[in-house]
Every structure is written in structure tokens, then in C-alpha cells.
Design a protein around this ligand. Structure first.
Ligand SMILES: O=C(O)CCC(=O)C(=O)O
Ligand SMILES: [Fe+2]
Length: 320
């Protein structure tokens, strides 16, 4: 069996550490992103209490009657805000939709910014008022943690530490609360139906709360699936396709999936909350000069983040 290194890193060593601790963090996360594209993070600024309260509210939302949840489904927004019901999203090359339903919250735009008119408004769940409050707080805290991680990555890449700052300010990031719903009769499922089919994330980096429940697996370079084991409140952070593209494959966007539990546990729900950190649509994803040389010829055409996102949302069935 392949063993892969998914290091557990302390983010406070970067945000509050000495010069040498900061350097160490950049080196460690850079190396891990170069090899497998996954790390787990502690001291990320989200308290245990905040995370439990998030789960409480997420459970309360998904427990609402389907009719109520469907009030918040806006197909014309390609699932980018509000509710997406069962059976709508599938992994890029899959035939059968994932066994999940989810909710998406977008940016809370600060100040006067042209993106205010580009982004759809967030939807407010009237029936569960606290859900709106806690998802907003989680959005902001994960965005802050994500920005620190991008700073550390910039240092690793030899870029100015603030390279991503203006690109992700008021960026198009999405917080997604996912409910992998109970399956009462596993025999009735199509043979290829899974909680989340093998895929790569589209965005720059993903920060995931909820790794404590089993099921998340990454594909190793030897073609074996390797389960991610994280401690209770750890956050799993991985590289998405936008960062892989910008770095001309120096940082790896690794394929991952969520497998179904053993039959006897199919009746249990699984919840997870990924934050997909996106830049503004106008960010240029042209491969960085510093990542292109004769051993690493430029692997991608030039594209902006907005154009790339559009292309990808079509592939997963969310955009027509
Ligand atoms: O639910 C999980 O653990 C991972 C979900 C995921 O990979 C995704 O939504 O992109
Ligand atoms: Fe993912």
C-alpha cells in the first residue's frame, strides 16, 4: 500500500511566528502542495464552539421539508447561491449524480467594488435565522485563514508575499454546506452512485471543515486511493485547478472523492463544509514565468479565472 505524506501544520506559526517559523511553514506547505496537494491545518482561527454551532445550524437547515428548501433553489444562478437539490451535480466525467444536496453562500462584498453588481446576492434562510449568522462568520474566518495560506504559498513560489492580495479581495469564493443524505435502500442505487465522484476542485485552494467523518480519499500518483484522516477540528486544505494552472503544475490539484460508507452505515447522514477560495473573475491565470522552463514547458493556454470557472461549471452540469 502506498503511503503519502499529508502533513499536519500549525497556521499560527505563519501568522504569529518568528521569521524562521514563518519560513518553515512556507517550506512545509509548499513541499506538500508540490507533492500531494493536501495538508491539514491546526490553529486556523475557528474555535471548536464555532464549528459545533455550524454543524447544528447546517443540520437544522437540511432537516427542513424539501418544499421549503426548494424555495431557495435558483437554477438560473447555476447553484452558485442558495440550495441545490439531490441529483443535480455530478463529477466531470461521471454519468450518475452525486448522493448529496448542498447550500452555497458567496462573497459579502466590502466597500464600493464593481463586483457588487457581478455577484448574485446571498439568499437568507427565513426558517433558520442562526444559519445565516454562522455561515457568514465561517465564510469570513475561512477566507482570512485562506489568505494567510496564499501568503505562505507566495513566499514558497518566490513571489511577493502579498501577490494574491488584490486578486482575492472581494473574490468570488464560495462556502458550501453539504449533506450526504441517508440511503434507506442501497440496493435501489445505480451501481456507480457515490457520495462525491472523483474530481478536482476548480478554485485556487479549498479549506474543508468536516474531515472527521470518514469517506474522503485522495488518489496517489501510483493510482491508489488513500483515506484522509484528520483530527476533530483540523481543516483540510488542498490545491485546486486554478492554482495548479497558474503554477504550471508545480502545485498539484489532486483528484479526490467521498466514498459511500459500509452498507449498515448508509442510513447515516454525513455533513461537510468546504470553502472554495476563488479570486476575482478578472485574475489572469497565465502560467507564472518562474514556473516555466525547458524541463517544464508551458502546459496551459492563457485564460482568466472567470472564463475558466464558466467552462468548468458547464462540465459539472450546474451551468447550461
Ligand atoms: O465532503 C468532503 O469531505 C469533500 C467534498 C469535496 O471534495 C468537494 O465538495 O469538492
Ligand atoms: Fe473537492
Amino acid at each position: 500500500m502506498t503511503s503519502i505524506n499529508i502533513p499536519r501544520l500549525d497556521l499560527s506559526k505563519y501568522t504569529e511566528g518568528t521569521t524562521s517559523e514563518k519560513k518553515q511553514f512556507s517550506d512545509d506547505i509548499g513541499k506538500a502542495f508540490n507533492e500531494t496537494g493536501f495538508v491539514t491545518i491546526t490553529n486556523h482561527g475557528l474555535s471548536k464552539e464555532l464549528i459545533s454551532s455550524l454543524y447544528e445550524q447546517v443540520k437544522a437547515f437540511f432537516a427542513l421539508p424539501e418544499d421549503t428548501k426548494l424555495k431557495y433553489q435558483k437554477v438560473e444562478l447555476a447553484g452558485q447561491r442558495g440550495y441545490t437539490s439531490k441529483g443535480r451535480e455530478k463529477a466531470k466525467d461521471a454519468k450518475t449524480p452525486d448522493l448529496k444536496e448542498f447550500w452555497q453562500t458567496g462573497q459579502y462584498v466590502q466597500g464600493e467594488d464593481v463586483v457588487k453588481d457581478e455577484y448574485p446576492d446571498n439568499l437568507i434562510v427565513e426558517e433558520v435565522p442562526e444559519f445565516n449568522v454562522v455561515t457568514k462568520e465561517i465564510y469570513k474566518k475561512l477566507e482570512t485563514a485562506g489568505k494567510s495560506i496564499l501568503n505562505a504559498i507566495s513566499v514558497y513560489l518566490g513571489l511577493p508575499e502579498d501577490y494574491f492580495e488584490d486578486k482575492v479581495y472581494n473574490g468570488n469564493s464560495i462556502l458550501r454546506a453539504i449533506h450526504y443524505f441517508p440511503i434507506e435502500n442501497p440496493d435501489a442505487l445505480p451501481a456507480d452512485a457515490v457520495r462525491a465522484g472523483a474530481h478536482e476542485d476548480i478554485n485556487l485552494i479549498t479549506l474543508l471543515i468536516g474531515a472527521s467523518a470518514d469517506g474522503l480519499e485522495v488518489l496517489t500518483r501510483d493510482g491508489e486511493w488513500f483515506p484522509i484522516k484528520a483530527h476533530g477540528e483540523d481543516i483540510v486544505v488542498n490545491v485546486g485547478d486554478m492554482l495548479q494552472r497558474l503554477t504550471n503544475n508545480k502545485l498539484k490539484s489532486t483528484t479526490h472523492r467521498v466514498v459511500n460508507p459500509p452498507r449498515e452505515l448508509m442510513k447515516n447522514s454525513r455533513y461537510s463544509v468546504p470553502f472554495f477560495l476563488h479570486p476575482k473573475a478578472k485574475m489572469d491565470l497565465t502560467c507564472l514565468d518562474s514556473c516555466v522552463d525547458s524541463q517544464h514547458p508551458k502546459a496551459y493556454t492563457d485564460i482568466t479565472a472567470g472564463e475558466y470557472l464558466d467552462e468548468r461549471l458547464r462540465e459539472i452540469g450546474l451551468k447550461m
